[in-house]
Design a protein around this ligand. Structure first.
Ligand SMILES: CC(C)(COP(=O)(O)OP(=O)(O)OC[C@H]1O[C@@H](n2cnc3c(N)ncnc32)[C@H](O)[C@@H]1OP(=O)(O)O)[C@@H](O)C(=O)NCCC(=O)NCCS
Length: 184
């Protein structure tokens, strides 16, 4: 499928398992820039595959056949994590999660993230999902602005840990996310 944003025509489609390596390489490029990495997790090939299994979906966006953005949709919420979302078990079954979105530096500001938020919400509506969640770093002002534009409301601050490679060693560092919710 095609979408025109500003002066450019982008192509987009769902990922398949054959795309795992392409997405992995893209993910590494995004993570190689510290400014982006602070708001964004690294994803292993196994984790990328999980994001397109069990009913989950990945959208890929291309410019001239080159992967320039991706975004993920979870169509359910793990019951072990429902307290992060202030959800009852019953409502967790009607909930979806938007995660792992990134856009190549060269194509930022074209509205690709906004487009990816819209098509993921549309997808979840078709799946009769009632509540959509998204977790954002408090300093990620572009993402925060974009999700508020779609009507997401703040739910909860989540304090956790995430892995970082420091001096070639994997260490766990404190991490804060804000959880936002949209009722469909
Ligand atoms: C956050 C991110 C996904 C935004 O993607 P994007 O496609 O550029 O976002 P959009 O174009 O939809 O919206 C960004 C808005 O900020 C503005 N902007 C200004 N400077 C910008 C910059 N350096 N980068 C991105 N947006 C910028 C854009 O013009 C746009 O404004 P508008 O609403 O007035 O049009 C992208 O910056 C990114 O991949 N960052 C690193 C990874 C990350 O943070 N992922 C999100 C995790 S929740």
């Amino acid at each position: 499928m095609k979408i025109k944003l500003k002066d450019k025509i982008f192509e987009y489609r769902f990922a398949t398992p054959k795309d795992v390596n392409k997405i992995y390489r893209f993910d590494r490029r995004i993570n190689s820039v510290q400014e982006d990495h602070q708001y964004y997790y690294s994803h292993s090939p196994k984790n990328i595959l999980k994001k397109m299994s069990f009913g989950n979906k990945i959208y890929m966006v291309f410019y001239k056949s080159r992967l320039i953005a991706w975004a993920t949709i979870y169509t359910s919420i793990d019951k072990k994590r429902i307290s992060n979302f202030n959800l009852s078990l019953a409502d967790s079954k009607k909930s979806g999660l938007l995660c792992a979105a990134a856009v190549s530096r060269k194509y930022r500001g074209y509205g690709i993230q906004k487009f990816l938020i819209k098509i993921r919400i549309d997808y979840l509506k078709k799946k009769h999902i009632k509540f959509v969640f998204v977790m954002v770093s408090p300093g990620n002002k572009y993402s925060l602005n974009n999700i508020k534009l779609f009507g997401f409301k703040f739910v909860k601050k989540i304090i956790s840990e995430k892995p970082e490679i420091i001096n070639h060693k994997r260490v766990m560092v404190p991490n804060i996310d804000y959880n936002y919710r949209l009722n469909l």
